[in-house]
Design a protein around this ligand. Structure first.
Ligand code: NAI
Ligand code: MG
Length: 496
């Protein structure tokens, strides 16, 4: 069995069209339509998947509403905690199979998806802890007479969760976890490029004993199923992760019933390397800040600012580091850089490679799609470092979402802070230095939701993550995340 999980003999790929989960039942789309999902390493079709649309979203939202008002509302914190812990145990038990599905469906190297174990399980168990840690406050008031005032924290209700394809397993957990912790119900719309892992997690939710209607999963396209969920009048909150353009549409669609929205969007994150840094760690650190997951990470450190006196040496070393990474089929345990998720994403990234050259940037490594042998069937772009990049170039301003570094020289600290912030985005950022005062100055000066010093992309279930500016609002992970799924109710009692 284990050898087969990286093939179309994976137990979840049984040749039958995958259905959607609504109200505890696996059903076809109302339209009967399906769409295909492929392995981006090979172009091979993995499965046909029910293609949800507005009607299916309606059914799922109705089920989520019934569950929210029905038995689920009676679940005690301990019971919700127990469900989350049971789900965590099931995810642990089936972890290799889930990692393999992520690898097959979206192309992340199997070494990477297997390494997400701690994160996936850690998140579920963290939210299990949060389920029993929801606290209101007793507040002293100054009214004349005798009044007691306190707050209750209540679940916001039906949550529409819309996720991207770049890390399906953990993205699913990142939405379902806080909903279960707080007593909300969810309609999850996976990305059309990678719907399989969310559907398998939904099976495990059932196995864990999560009641019907609490977790519903409706695969389908963004413009149809996603848009229907975002505008649905009976959805109380949308939790969205994806591009800022879609984020803007979600905000517009939310206006109809003024539903709550949280947005985790893209970035063009600065990664700043000072000449005094430990270059032995900064070279691979800055490289993997972009090459990991083929650059398909929202907080990738794609604007690499390097202090001028080490610019040539450092960029050459990052380019050489990139060349040592093994690019190939994501199922090969030796692979470090897999394919891009889709033909569309390949076009987008190779389009930017051409734009970079036209703008006068100089590729030190990579720069072209790989088509040798078997690679021609997949969507492979090697780690690429562009030197001589200027702030005004499109490759320095726009999110590419591929393994492409735009390396830019700088001379002093005030200047690099100002230039780091000259972007509409504000998600991640990195600083490499041995000087603690420089590190502090940048930690405060950079307008972004995360600052990583002498590391990049460190994440923990207890530490909030999210954006400034057009990288979105709201936080995921940490106590802040749970608050996003709660309403505050003030209660007054006249006691005198
Ligand atoms: P997208 O933002 O369009 O898709 C993300 C999710 O939103 C998917 O589930 C999609 O079906 C859904 N969606 C699309 N249009 C929608 C609509 N009108 N209403 C509701 N839901 C909708 O991103 P896409 O097309 O996959 O990738 C395009 C670019 O977006 C990438 O090249 C990258 O730059 C950026 N991106 C950023 C991500 C992040 O983690 N911040 C993740 C994915 C993409
Ligand atoms: Mg796919």
């Amino acid at each position: 069995m284990t050898a087969d999980i990286l093939t179309t003999r994976h137990p979840f790929l049984d040749g039958k069209p995958k259905r959607m989960l609504i109200d505890g039942k696996w059903v076809e789309a109302a339209s009967g339509k399906t769409f295909e999902t492929i392995n981006p390493s090979t172009g091979e079709i993995l499965a046909a998947v029910a293609e949800g649309d507005a009607e299916d979203i309606d059914r799922a939202v109705a089920a989520a509403r019934r569950a929210f008002q029905g038995p689920w509302s009676k679940f005690k914190p301990f019971e919700r905690q127990a469900l989350l812990l049971r789900l965590a145990d099931l995810v642990e038990q089936h972890f290799d199979e889930l990692a393999a599905l992520d690898t097959l469906d979206m192309g992340a190297p199997i070494g990477r998806t297997r390494a997400s174990r701690l994160r996936a399980l850690g998140m579920l168990r963290y939210y299990a802890g949060q389920a029993v840690s929801i606290l209101g406050e007793t507040i002293e008031n100054s009214l004349p007479g005798e009044y007691v005032s306190f707050t209750l924290k209540e679940p916001v209700g039906v949550v529409g969760a819309i996720i991207p394809w770049n890390s399906p397993l953990t993205a699913t957990i990142w939405k379902i976890g806080p909903a279960l912790a707080t007593g909300c119900t969810v309609v999850l719309k996976p990305a059309e490029e990678a719907p399989l892992t969310p559907l398998r997690v939904a099976e495990l939710c059932q196995e864990a004993g999560i009641p019907p209607g609490v977790v519903n999963v409706v695969p389908g396209y963004g413009e149809t199923a996603g848009a229907a969920l975002a505008r649905h009048p009976d959805v109380d909150k949308v939790a969205f992760t994806g591009s800022h353009l879609t984020g803007q549409k979600i905000v517009e669609a939310s206006a109809g019933n003024l539903k709550r929205v949280s947005l985790e969007l893209g970035g063009k994150s600065p990664d700043v390397v000072f000449a005094d840094a430990d270059l032995e760690t900064a070279v691979p650190g800055a490289g993997m800040a972009v090459f990991a997951n083929s650059g398909q990470i929202c907080s990738a450190g794609t604007r690499l600012f390097v202090e001028r006196k080490i610019y040539d040496e450092f960029t050459a070393r990052v380019a050489s580091f990139g060349k040592t990474l093994r690019v190939g089929d994501s199922r090969d345990p030796e692979t470090q850089v897999g394919p891009l998720v889709s033909a569309e994403q390949l076009d987008r990234v190779t389009g930017y490679l051409a734009i970079g050259r036209q703008e006068g940037a100089r590729p030190l490594s990579g720069g072209e799609r790989l088509t040798e042998g078997e690679m021609a069937k997949g969507y492979f772009v090697p780690p690429t470092v562009f030197a001589d990049v200027k702030d005004e170039m499109r490759i320095a301003k726009e999110e590419i979402f591929g393994p492409v570094i735009s390396a830019i020289p700088f001379t002093d600290i005030e200047e690099v802070i100002e230039r780091s912030n000259r972007t509409h985005y504000g998600l991640g950022s990195g600083v490499w230095t041995r000087d603690v005062s420089k590190a502090h100055k940048l930690a405060r000066g950079i307008r972004a939701g995360s600052v990583w010093i002498n590391c990049y992309q460190a994440m923990d279930p207890a530490v909030p993550f999210g954006g400034y500016k057009m990288s979105g609002y709201g936080r995921e992970s940490g106590k802040q995340h749970v608050e996003e799924y709660l309403n505050v109710k003030s209660v007054w009692i006249k006691t005198g």
